[in-house]
Design a protein around this ligand. Sequence first.
Ligand code: AMP
Ligand code: GLY
Length: 426
Amino acid sequence: MNVLIVGAGGREYSIGLALKKDDAVEKLYFAPGNGASDALGENISISDFTQLADFVESNGIDLTIVGPEGPLVDGIVDIFQARGLAIFGPSKGASQLEGSKIFMKNFLARHNIPTAAYIETDSLEKAYSFINTLQAPIVVKADGLCGGKGVIIAQSQDEAKKAAGEMLSGNSFGDAGTSIVIEEFLDGYELSVFAICDGKDFVVLPAAQDHKRLLNNDQGPNTGGMGAYAPTPLVNDEIYHKLDERVIKPTLKGMEEEGIPFTGVLFIGVMVVDGEPIILEYNVRFGDPECEELMPLLKSPASELFYKAAIGDLGSATIEFYNKYAVGVVMASKDYPYKSSQAAEIIIDDIVHDNIEANAHISFAGVSRGDDGKLFATGGRVLVCVGIGDSITQAHERAYMLCGQVHFIGKQCRTDIAYQALKLEE
Ligand code: AMP
Ligand code: GLY
């Protein structure tokens, strides 16, 4: 099978690594890929969806996997499906679960799926009167895609009103913020849960935990994610069961009833409050860096999982995961997340430790390749060091040993990834 992966990040690289290990996969393509993915497959620089579909047809590509939300929300799946091409990801209609927070919140309400109390509005007056009924902290969210930055946790009613005013006037997020959601603050612990769906059937992956803040102890600005681990011991069978029954099944049924069946990865942002999973948000793609830890835990062939989901045949697949743990530590460039940084050469020490060689690897993201084959850090999040082990403690140790062998000027990484789980293992 020949497979095309759409995207350029560490997430797409890790899907590539999983497919590379899969005997059923002959050739991999990335569109556009990054400076390291050319070692796994061929990078192609086509972004127009119709031209990409032409490329897929003329190169005998059997399956396309879409990494990021942008092309999904813009309808790449609809264009491929209209031409009879197998593609893993939701349609434009189904991608509204991520593309519009108002659609998502109203969908959850219509189908009785637990979420924070909220209103959606484009009126400042309505926003103010709802804010007056809430106690701080108060959460204010722009409706549209804002690259993960459209959520303000206001520490007072005044701050919430200011945030709502700035969004509604178009000052903070342009058109993405001209409608907003205001909701109650949920106090609990956060999980990233992923369900691979084929419209009707689904497979739940081991639950992960991300670390969104830049600095240790969850301090500093929000980022795309500075590290993650899976499976998290913060989830038990009861929570998985509640997620299946109260969240995933009603979501798939509801989407089907509404004429927009969901195929692809449903990324469920969950807050567990007093043992109850409450939905913070849906995304319609893998989390990054969560994907980098989940892919190595997949024991079944990755091509089977993605292909069967894409063609609506997940029911015939038995998907297995290794009974192991993965910890991923993001290395970001000097000025992340504020601005782009100067390119810096990446130097990776020769790995001499057998344990690291066999149980840790790098998923490359924001890198480019120089003419001499050297890799340079060029992006915000440059790479993820992933360690695998029989415990989180062991996976953590291996990930950080690998981190110690990777060097570039200005590198930043958190040193406390998986701290909540490590405390439980002590
Ligand atoms: P979202 O993009 O909706 O996931 O929001 C980004 C982050 O804001 C989440 O990962 C949470 O950490 C936080 N957040 C969003 N909504 C709430 C809420 N209702 N209560 C507490 N924290 C929230
Ligand atoms: N790591 C969180 C996200 O991908 O949105």
